[in-house]
Design a protein around this ligand. Structure first.
Ligand SMILES: [Zn+2]
Length: 85
């Protein structure tokens, strides 16, 4: 389509690192409805910062009930710098 749009966003995040830098990540379990912030540091050690988020989606399990079927990684639309408490 258009060769240049006025608001070209930065390249879409792909890796765990890129997501972690820009967004807050949550894990949601369909089995028990548990939702928790993703422990990014822990997962970075497991799959590596440069692993695509897709890898994470296949690896996470619920910390509450241990379910690993259909566990969702949710990306918060709010950027990290907006978070002020
Ligand atoms: Zn669960």
């Amino acid at each position: 389509m258009g060769t240049h749009s006025p608001t070209t966003p930065a390249a879409a995040p792909v890796t765990l690192k890129e997501y972690a830098e820009r967004f807050r990540l949550h894990v949601h379990c369909p089995a028990c409805s548990h939702e928790a912030p993703l422990n990014v540091m822990r997962w970075a050690r497991v799959i590596g910062w440069n692993a695509p988020l897709e890898t994470l989606r296949h690896s996470v399990r619920c910390t509450e009930c241990g379910n690993n079927v259909g566990v969702e990684v949710r990306v918060s639309e709010r950027e990290l710098r907006d978070q002020q408490r």
